[in-house]
Design a protein around this ligand. Structure first.
Ligand SMILES: [Zn+2]
Length: 255
């Protein structure tokens, strides 16, 4: 069997397998997204207790198998890593579950993901100090999408490259172009667009650049910006994100 490897990791999802095993998907700092099997996880409380649940931030020890996709998880330890107390608050659970699911959808198995690990751990740390904050949600979406190669432009028109500015009237977010189109260019663009107020475009442009830790509590884009983000996320992930409906219901109830 191969040598044991170790890396910090965040648990994205788990499911029980057979009598006492657990299959765990993690975003690791050093080896991208990894799927592993924790043999006897349910029985061996010593090695694994509470360490392999969604949101757990662990030092993962594992061995690769010659022909299997799943690695063998040998141990998982807290090892002094920051923990994220997400489960004390419904809003946090909802937004946190969405963060995990979006990360899972955008990260490829074993692809390089050190930056995604940094974004996710920063976002979960910020979430641990706040709640289902819309600005934090949007800042996280923008950051993780950019990491995955989907940088969005809310400042300059995708056609003429000019900044429409506040005086230019309506601007339109066009999903297929990953950014906004000004009102002058809009008639020449065949794809559908979502009308954005200039305040919402400005908020999204700002949230893409500020520190994630500072985003919670700052000004989010309004419902037009939220709709643009939702439409774009939906266009790039290859699955229906089950956490979105729950998150939207929690966020609407709280606003
Ligand atoms: Zn234009």
């Amino acid at each position: 069997m191969s040598a044991e490897e170790s890396t910090p990791a965040v648990v994205l999802r788990t499911r029980d397998y057979a009598e006492s095993d657990r299959i765990v998907t993690l975003l690791t700092r050093d080896h991208g997204k990894i799927g592993g099997i924790a043999k006897g996880a349910k029985a061996s409380r010593h090695r694994f207790e509470r360490k392999l649940e969604p949101f757990s931030h662990v030092m993962l020890h594992f061995r690769r198998r010659p022909n299997g996709q799943l690695v063998f998880i040998t141990r998982a330890e807290a090892a002094g890593l920051a923990q994220f107390p997400i489960d004390e608050n419904l809003g946090r659970i909802a937004l946190g579950a969405y963060m995990l699911e979006l990360t899972d959808a955008l990260a490829a198995e074993e692809g390089e993901a050190a930056k995604a690990y940094e974004i996710l751990t920063s976002a979960l740390a910020a979430l641990s100090r706040s709640s289902a904050d819309l600005a934090l949600r949007q800042a996280f979406e923008l950051r993780m999408l950019k990491w995955a190669g989907f940088g969005l432009d809310f400042v300059r028109c995708r056609v003429c490259a000019e900044s429409p500015g506040a005086e230019a009237g309506a601007i339109y977010f066009v999903v297929a172009r990953g950014g906004v189109v000004c009102s002058r260019c809009r008639p020449n663009v065949a794809e559908g667009g979502i009308r954005l107020r200039s305040e919402s475009a400005a908020a999204l442009a700002r949230l893409e650049t500020i520190d994630l830790a500072d985003s919670a509590g700052s000004t989010p884009a309004g419902s037009d910006g939220a709709a643009a983000m939702a439409r774009f996320v939906n266009s790039v992930v290859d699955r229906r994100l089950r956490s979105i409906e729950f998150l939207d219901s929690v966020m609407n109830a709280g606003n």
